[in-house]
Design a protein around this ligand. Structure first.
Ligand SMILES: [Zn+2]
Ligand SMILES: [Zn+2]
Length: 162
């Protein structure tokens, strides 16, 4: 959604609200909803917004599908020039008289995705021997840590003996 910033020119204190929705952003994000406003605060343009989405992923240990509800708030300065590094505000460099709010909100959402999600903190994961979900059954396999390099070697030896 584009916002025409010319409407805010000289309108100190003025703001333009925005809101949007997407059924899906890509394979990972569904039910995306966002809202916020662009405000002219004494000549400084600032975009504040909230974006919510369901992040589809899987448990890193047992691979069970997970749907993680996410909510990210943004507060971004819209500028035509890059400011000095001491500024602590998030900045977005404008290239014209419009701002595409999704270009600010979607990356903010992506940044909040964590590397690892678990179905529950004490998920027991899959058995490395037989692949059983150890949350659901106790397969009783003996757990020896096999060095993956040795495992490859074992396969090679097995093959050459055929
Ligand atoms: Zn799990
Ligand atoms: Zn097992």
């Amino acid at each position: 959604m584009k916002i025409d910033l010319r409407k805010l020119a000289g309108d100190y204190g003025g703001s333009i609200p925005f809101a949007g929705k997407l059924d899906r952003l890509d394979e990972s994000f569904r039910q995306v909803e966002y809202s916020g406003e662009v405000r002219n605060h004494l000549g400084v343009l600032r975009l504040t917004g909230t974006i919510r989405a369901a992040y589809l992923t899987e448990c890193a240990r047992c691979l069970e599908p997970l749907e993680i509800p996410m909510e990210v708030k943004t507060d971004t300065l819209l500028t035509y020039e890059e400011h000095a590094a001491e500024s602590e505000d998030e900045e977005y460099l404008l290239s014209g008289e419009e701002v595409e709010v999704e270009e600010i909100l979607f990356p903010a959402l992506l940044l909040e995705v964590e590397m690892v999600y678990l179905c529950r903190p004490d998920c027991k994961g899959l058995c490395p021997v037989c692949g059983a979900d150890r949350n659901k059954q106790d397969c009783g396999c003996e757990e020896k840590q096999i060095d993956p390099r040795l495992a490859v070697l074992g396969t090679l030896l097995h093959r050459s003996g055929e």
